[in-house]
Write a protein that binds this ligand. Structure first.
Ligand SMILES: Cc1ncc(COP(=O)(O)O)c(C=O)c1O
Length: 511
């Protein structure tokens, strides 16, 4: 094994002796050692805390010297130390009791796929640089479309996650609907300002898109939602009509197949009709919820995502892919090419016109692209549609059970239940939550409960704000969770709730 100190100047004519090179045997020994450690880690994940509450300073100290390494070190020692560092100081979203945000337990096959992808290292920006990888990505896109009931002849590509998947669709829609040459003249040349419609529950990506791609946040209309957090159609129509009468150009509606907060699904077929009436692009943000459209009992609203001009979905959410893996699907692939294709003279990527290759750099924002598709493709092959239906269906059944456990617990109150997200809060028996003070106190109390839960390491949930009320939120996209884990969650929340309530009340009395 080479270390920096053993680097000698070699005769470059016939050998390199490069410090990073490794013989097959060295790689094999190291790889086996690392895979053994990961296998033990995965088998014992339930016994570990979900997270550690170490401070950034303590974590920095664990990294040891902050000086840039000058000489190298032995790879086997580095791997042993580093795997321990990671296993003992990470938040384990693969833990059966992790239900925070929308981060799934990652399929072990995805970890192996990432290793394989990195070892071959294709650049999936161009087919000539990634012959079979490009075809695997194209097949993955067709399979993802098939899984959610979207036309399989759509265009699409793998991206880093939900933000990027939505950005790609947003840019394709902007280009498709601008009545002037927006690629050349920019948004400043608009004859009529472009306006997009989203619900108030839309993920914050929309603000970034509006800021970054030149439209500005004031060109986004936040349409109100009903009591179930779904976009209100009359309010959408009225906003569009107002903008038209003010000389603006409505161009796009962004609807949700599973909002980030409560998992609400907008009435997609009804929104599609509005889009048809006014000639608007329908984009569905299904980053979280789109995979649930594959279930036999999926609602008509959710299945309506097959009507969209574009869909964002995230294999790294509900398809249990390791981070990063998002995907954009566009019904007519021409719009992706229109928005993103450039063919500079220094690329020799084009075919002869007969059998043109797919060059994914022409479909999105990235140029050099990693082989993200492999982990998604292998997982689909590994468990098939049936496997996904089972895991996603079980996650939804578990979220339903959690809702029922909460209903049966006198110290907890339910908030919502959609797809695999259940929200609830701790409400002391003697508290009148109908008054302004009671409601403010409940928000404070539940915020503190969440802080304790997130630091405690027993379970991990996040929060949702529904009509100004603060709720704890469990999003089950976790194939390791069982009913007993959710029973434990209820007990833990009640225990911590009582403790925090007692502390807050005694602090108020002391004041
Ligand atoms: C509905 C929705 N859209 C977009 C995103 C952003 O996804 P990412 O964090 O993968 O960029 C999320 C993240 O939770 C989401 O729930």
């Amino acid at each position: 094994m080479k270390t920096g100190s053993s680097v000698k100047q070699a005769n470059l004519k016939s050998e390199r002796n490069a410090p990073l090179a490794m013989s097959g045997e060295e790689f094999r020994v190291l790889g086996h050692q690392m895979v053994d450690q990961i296998a033990v880690f995965l088998d014992g994940i339930r016994e570990r805390p979900v997270t550690v509450a170490s401070s950034p300073i303590a974590l920095r100290q664990l990294l040891g010297s902050d000086e840039l390494p000058v000489n190298g070190a032995k790879a086997d020692e580095l791997f042993t130390e580093t795997s321990r560092l990671l296993f003992e100081n990470s938040l384990l979203n693969g833990h059966p009791r992790f239900w925070g945000y929308i981060t799934s337990s990652a399929a072990p096959i995805g970890a192996l796929a990432d290793l394989l992808a990195s070892a071959v290292n294709p650049n999936v920006g161009a087919a000539v640089l990634s012959p079979v990888a490009t075809e695997i990505e194209a097949q993955t896109v067709r399979w993802l479309a098939d899984l959610i009931g979207y036309p399989r002849d759509c265009g699409g590509l793998l991206v880093s996650g939900g933000n990027m998947a939505n950005f790609v669709a947003f840019l394709a829609a902007t280009k498709a609907k601008a009545s002037w040459d927006i690629k050349n003249d920019g948004t400043a040349a608009a004859e009529r300002r472009l306006v997009a419609y989203v619900s108030t529950e839309t993920h914050i990506w929309i603000d970034k898109a509006a800021e970054l791609f030149g439209l500005g946040k004031s060109s986004i209309r936040q349409v109100p939602v009903d009591a179930d957090q779904k976009m209100l159609i009359p309010a959408l129509i009225s906003a569009i009509e107002t903008d038209i009468s003010n000389g603006l150009q409505p161009f796009m509606v962004v609807a949700a197949a599973g909002t980030v907060g409560t998992g609400a699904v907008d009435p997609l077929p009804a929104i599609k009709k509005v889009c048809e009436r006014y000639g608007l692009w329908l984009h569905v943000d299904g980053a979280y919820g789109a995979p649930a459209a594959m279930l036999p009992d999926a609602s008509e609203d959710l299945r309506g995502l097959n009507l969209a001009d574009s869909v964002a979905l995230d294999p790294h959410k509900w398809l249990y892919s390791p981070i990063e893996a998002g995907c954009t699907l566009v019904r007519d692939k021409r719009y992706l090419i229109d928005a993103f294709s450039h063919r500079p003279a220094y690329y020799n990527f084009n075919g002869d016109g007969e059998n043109d290759p797919i060059n994914f750099h022409e479909y999105g924002l990235q140029n050099s692209r990693g082989f993200r598709a492999l982990k998604v493709w292998l997982a689909i092959k590994h468990v098939g549609r049936e496997g996904y239906e089972k895991m996603i269906g079980d996650d939804i059944r578990l979220a339903t059970e959690l809702f029922q456990f909460v209903e049966a617990e006198p110290m907890l109150e339910t908030g919502s239940h959609n797809l695999s997200i259940t929200t609830f809060r701790f409400v002391p028996k003697d508290l009148d939550s109908g008054t302004a003070e009671g409601s403010e106190y409940l928000n404070k109390l539940n915020t503190e409960i969440l802080n304790r839960i997130q630091k405690g390491g027993e379970v991990f949930v996040s929060n949702a704000l529904i009509d100004g009320r603060y709720f704890l939120r469990a999003c089950i996209v976790n194939f390791r969770t069982t009913t007993s884990d959710l029973e434990a969650l209820v007990e833990i929340v009640v225990r911590i709730g009582k403790e925090v309530d007692a502390e807050l009340r005694s602090a108020t009395i002391a004041v």
